[in-house]
Design a binder for this molecule. Structure first.
Ligand code: ADP
Ligand code: GN1
Ligand code: MG
Length: 366
């Protein structure tokens, strides 16, 4: 980490109601948008850890509206967990800023928030067992259950049209047309694949517009590493990364789990030619998510489609960003976004090739 980032993070910690002395601050996690740090404070001889995050406000344009969602959901979760001895491990706890709110804005206008660090948990980037997949999906289903009875009306839309796949296609077409960096010629197979799949892009938004698919408060970034798994038991105990809480579809949430968990390599692996959707992981996800007991027949009937669609959409977003010059997703090497879109498109192919079998499994469970 550059010293400047560390200094900025240390300075930002001073904006929160945390006591004791900061003894360590280091970048944490593998997210593409925000900056996450883990900070350790010495509190009268006891080390206490926190998660500090700088919100990317060029993407989340209204940090206050975002934090309002996070506050509502974390408070509601805590109320529902009341009495549980481990309630602070099962819901995120925001640390108040000095002004009593939950957002600290530094002198440069950066927006920061801070959570208690939940100890003795881990996350997985690449799922290594059916149990982890089941546990993560079960945790997201429980989270859906929590959101369902949250008072106070609709959540704020932190990124409008976030999972509107046709609009993602429109942005892709604009980027292709502009080809600002002359990168399109080097991405012909990927561009052709995107064009070949445009027929399914509108399926979910159409079902939602017709009322066939219900709108729900959803997480919208159900990447598998956004669930904390208990170190001792492997149980999915806490859903994190709440920036994209918004009204949406359960299929967005299930679909992004399929995208991030059934793949057999890391999201940015150059080995995209060997990418497959692991059916046993899909089945574990379906078991865990359906255990929530809230899905309608229309939702259950489209779980495999949701997986294909969310994976396609994410690939389209990576490719669009590549064509536009990598201004959205943080990259760590040239053509990183091109590698990312390749794994996604290979996964879409594999999901679609197995679609009947995957969906057949869900029908068999009904
Ligand atoms: P990003 O937007 O960068 O993905 P996350 O909120 O997902 O941000 O945090 C990044 C990583 O930090 C997570 O994958 C998880 O490993 C860890 N993490 C985040 N919040 C906590 C927390 N409160 N307790 C423990 N670990 C956390
Ligand atoms: C981003 O920040 P992170 O890594 O949790 C993105 C998701 C993508 C994901 C792909 C706000 O999530 O939509 O699915 O990358 N988040 C945002 O890895 O765009
Ligand atoms: Mg995350």
């Amino acid at each position: 980490m550059g010293d400047t980032n560390r200094e900025k993070a240390l300075e930002a910690l001073g904006g929160f109601q945390i006591f004791g002395e900061a003894v360590d601050v280091a970048p944490y996690g593998t997210g593409h948008i925000n900056e996450t740090f883990r900070a350790t404070f010495d509190q009268a001889g006891t080390p206490v850890r926190y998660t500090l995050q700088r919100i990317n406000t060029s993407i989340f344009k209204d940090a206050a509206a975002l934090m309002e969602n996070v506050r509502r959901v974390t408070e509601h979760s805590r109320a529902r967990l009341a009495g549980a001895p481990d309630a602070t491990r099962r819901a995120l706890t925001l640390v108040p800023a000095l002004d009593g709110g939950y957002l600290h804005t530094d002198g440069d206008g950066n927006a920061w928030r801070c959570y208690l660090f939940i100890e003795k948990t881990h996350t997985v980037d690449l799922v290594d067992s059916e149990k982890s997949a089941y546990e993560a999906a079960r945790a997201f289903a429980r989270f859906q259950g929590l959101l369902a009875d949250m008072p106070g009306g609709r959540l704020n839309e932190t990124i409008p049209d976030f999972h509107n796949t046709p609009k993602r296609y429109a942005a892709f077409h604009a980027a292709l047309e502009a080809d600002a960096l002359g990168r399109a010629a080097g991405a012909t197979p990927e561009i052709d694949f995107v064009l070949s799949q445009e027929g399914i892009a509108g399926s979910l938004v159409e079902m939602m517009a017709s009322g066939a698919m219900p709108e729900r408060p959803t997480h919208n970034d159900t990447k598998i590493n956004n669930v904390l798994l208990d170190d001792a038991t492997g149980e999915g105990i806490c859903v994190i990364d709440l920036d994209t809480l918004m009204p949406g579809s359960a299929l967005y949430d299930f679909g992004d789990m399929v995208r991030s968990a059934t793949i057999n390599v890391e999201e940015d692996s150059p080995d995209w030619r060997g990418v497959v959707c692991r059916p046993e992981i899909f089945k574990a996800l379906a078991d865990g998510f359906c255990a929530g007991g809230f899905l309608t027949e229309a939702e259950k009937g489209n779980l495999a489609l949701g997986g294909a669609l969310m994976t396609l959409e994410c690939g389209v977003r990576f490719l669009t960003d590549y064509l536009e010059g990598d201004h959205y997703f943080r990259i760590h090497r040239p053509a990183h976004n091109l590698d990312r879109c390749r794994t996604q498109f290979a996964l879409v192919r594999s999901i679609l090739a197995q679609r009947d079998e995957l969906q057949g499994y869900v029908e068999g469970r009904k």
